[in-house]
Design a protein around this ligand. Structure first.
Ligand code: GLN
Length: 714
């Protein structure tokens, strides 16, 4: 070992001793960080001593897949090094390597954060990178998914011998494979699985020509068997294919066909898991094991005894007779899988914990992309508790899902159990940093052996008298433009806010979605919504919208109410320049947008003539927008945030009935004043004399105040 690395390792040992013994912390990152500072090529040096290694990355399932692959590899080969606790940055991998040095490990299996692949791969030069999936997650850290794709592709280019084993069902992963020269090992599920599609999914556009993809079947999110009708790009032939996927009462069973040779080799796999996402994780772990030099015969044994890390998916039985199932979900796709689980088990009590710490992402708008409404079909849902640093936001989300049960704000699991009748089961779903405290509380309650706080029946939901119907000549028509493409930050929440606030007042309204490729008709539209989107999605919509330009222009000139968020806002202007590429706008507003090299990200609060209370939201955009002389911003007095361009203090645009803004969050649920402004404007334009009855906005205002506090740092 070179002397520099030896010293770095000794320093790391000291750091580990200090962090674990003196500071009582995990010691998963600090030793590696110290060592890397002294020997920047530590991963290369120590990793180079391993015979072979595999790295696992992707948005969901990294820790589970890595743990399982490591167990299977260890069963066959013994000496193995793995960063099991989920410290998946460069420092976590370095820590694991330092700790295991000299222990005779010759195989490495590492979980790696997507953005760190570009540092880890060139140093470690693993045999394979296993890419599980790419979903929207922590967008305030990752930017748009395109950026994550660029980083992973660059990592692969810098480690050309590394094979890319990737989920070919995910077009976002397959498009990375199409861009690099590394040997590819595509895996996927090669038959329909009869799943209900998620309402929102990440880009389903062709990586080559940006046309919308056709799917023979979808498993969930954007995962499925796709083909581009325009250029023929399609899901690659699978090297590993899951077939005969069946859900038995014990869990999923399936065969993984290894199709690499002339003759297919079949491995039968039996799991104890009932979520389809586990079919992918288990198959990916098997692929990782095989590419890492392991033996398929060791795999089933490892799977049978595998315990997911730190309380994930675990059931706790308490002395009080309660049982609690704890699950982690960090993004809409993961959350939707857990919602399905609660449905499959006829859940009666649910607790949702939402934090917005650094590791969670500060932007919580993603909760509006969860299909929470699907809990409506539970026959006997009795209470939904909400906790965490952004529990007020979650409460508003649950309120708009209209689940017909009380919503209780709680301080933790024990507090939530107050509302759960004896002998009943509570389903907990918590995001990243909200999850460990949940597990810690449950472990403590299990040890304590005492009955938690006595039962308080949840408050009955405020029914209120049904509003007397407002007579309109025809219902208000809300048109949601291209929700299949522009939907990046919970824009469905804006539609929910508009339609619920109408229906809670007895104002008849109907929502029409216009999907990509569908004819646009705005003649009797009353409120139009254009959501936010990633650059690639915007480009697809821009082509679609050009043919509809006159319709949108006539609607705006006629004083129509239109809410355009972020990407949608940019599209109303003359252009959006992203690098050398020009996204042609509709020229409906006199605004111009150019992408900068950095993104403007963070909580924002503005004062606006549209409503008395400041408007709060979250911004995340590369575009800098400049208003023409005749345009007025939506908000002038910036309390916080960068707004249109970070220079002139303006945010958004207010142009007759058009509200264009960079604020998502989504904007309307937390700013009911803006929703009501749009509804009033639409009614007035129709000549309807309706006074908007006041509503109980207590939860909305709580969420507003939390956002306001964060934005203003008070
Ligand atoms: N892609 C655009 C930008 O980065 C819009 C992003 C968005 O809609 N949030 O500026």
């Amino acid at each position: 070992m070179n002397p520099r690395v030896r010293i770095a390792c000794l320093a790391a040992d000291a750091a580990r001793w200090g962090t674990t013994r003196l500071l009582h912390r995990g010691g998963g990152n600090a030793p590696g960080a110290v060592a890397l500072r002294l020997a920047p090529n530590l991963i290369g040096e120590l990793g180079g001593a391993l015979e072979r290694s595999v790295v696992i990355t992707g948005t969901n399932g990294k820790t589970t897949t890595t743990g399982l692959a490591a167990d299977a590899l260890a069963a066959g080969t013994g000496g193995m090094v793995c960063n099991r606790a989920g410290n998946n940055m460069e420092s976590g991998i370095a820590s694991a390597l330092v700790e295991s040095r000299g222990a005779g490990a010759h195989v490495g299996c590492f979980e790696c954060d997507e953005l760190y692949t570009v540092r880890v791969l060139p140093a470690l030069r693993p045999r394979a990178l296993v890419l599980l999936n790419l979903f929207r997650d922590q967008l305030d850290r990752y930017g748009e998914i395109d950026h994550t794709q660029d980083v992973i592709a660059e990592a692969l280019r810098r480690s050309p011998q590394t094979a890319l084993a990737y989920n070919a069902d995910d077009p976002l992963c397959a498009s990375i494979a199409a861009r690099v020269d590394n040997p590819g090992v595509p895996f996927g599920i090669d038959e329909p699985t009869g799943q209900e599609a998620d309402r929102i999914s990440d880009s389903r556009f062709c990586a080559k020509c940006n046309a919308p993809l056709d799917y023979a079947y979808v498993h969930y999110g954007q995962l499925g068997k796709y083909r581009c009708p325009a250029c023929g790009w399609e899901r690659p032939e699978l090297a590993f294919a899951a077939v005969n996927v069946t859900l038995t009462c014990g869990g999923y069973e399936f065969d993984v066909e290894d199709r690499r040779g002339e003759n297919y080799v079949r491995h039968h796999v039996t799991t104890r898991y009932s979520g389809l996402y586990m079919v992918y994780n288990v198959m990916a772990a098997l692929v990782a094991c095989l590419l890492g030099g392991g033996d398929a015969d060791d795999f089933q044994g490892a799977l049978d005894v595998y315990e997911p890390a730190s309380g994930r998916g675990k059931t706790y039985r308490l002395d009080s007779g309660h049982s609690v199932v704890s699950n982690l979900a960090k993004n809409p796709t993961g959350f939707n899988r857990m919602v399905q689980q609660v449905r499959a088990e006829d859940g009666r009590y649910v607790a949702l914990f939402l934090n917005d710490n650094d590791a969670d992402g500060h932007d919580v708008s993603w909760i509006w992309d969860i299909d929470l409404e699907r809990l409506r079909d539970l026959a006997d849902l009795r209470c939904v508790c909400v906790g965490g640093t952004r529990r007020e936001d979650m409460a508003v989300r649950v309120k708009y899902a209209e689940l017909g049960c009380p919503i209780e704000l709680v301080d933790g699991v024990e507090d939530a159990l107050r509302f759960v009748a004896a002998g009943e089961r509570l389903h907990v779903i918590a995001n990243y940093t909200a999850f460990p405290p949940v597990v810690a509380e449950l472990e403590r309650l299990c040890k304590l052996g005492t009955v938690p706080n006595s039962h308080t029946p949840p408050a009955t939901p405020p029914k209120g008298a049904a509003p007397s119907p407002v007579a309109l000549e025809r219902p208000l028509r809300i048109v949601h433009l291209y929700p299949d493409a522009l939907n990046l930050y919970g824009d469905g929440g804006n539609i929910a806010s508009l339609s619920k606030r109408c229906s809670w007042r007895g104002i008849p309204c109907r929502v029409d979605q216009v999907l990509m490729g569908q004819e646009l008709d705005l003649t009797d539209a009353d409120i139009v919504l254009l959501g936010g989107g990633a650059d690639r999605d915007q480009l697809a919509v821009c082509r679609e919208l050009q043919a509809q330009r006159e319709k949108v222009e006539a609607y705006v000139e006629g004083g129509g109410a239109l809410l355009a968020i972020c990407g949608g806002y940019q599209l109303l202007g003359h252009y959006y320049m992203m690098g050398g590429e020009r996204v042609e706008g509709l020229h409906v507003l006199d605004i111009e947008t150019t992408a900068g090299t950095t993104r403007l990200i963070g909580n924002v609060a503005i004062e606006s003539p549209v409503c008395d209370t400041p408007i709060v939201g979250f911004e995340n955009h590369a575009g800098r927008t400049v208003l023409g002389a005749g345009e007025k911003p939506l908000g002038r007095a910036m309390i916080h945030g960068t707004g249109n361009n970070g220079e002139d203090g303006g945010e958004g645009v207010l142009h007759d009935g058009v509200v264009g803004t960079y604020l998502h969050g989504p904007i309307l649920p937390k700013n009911p004043g803006v929703t009501d402004w749009l509804i009033e404007r639409a009614l007035r334009r129709r000549g309807e004399k309706v006074d908007l009855a006041p509503l109980d906005d207590s939860l909305e205002l709580l969420a507003h105040d939390v956002a306001m506090r964060i934005a203003t740092g008070r």
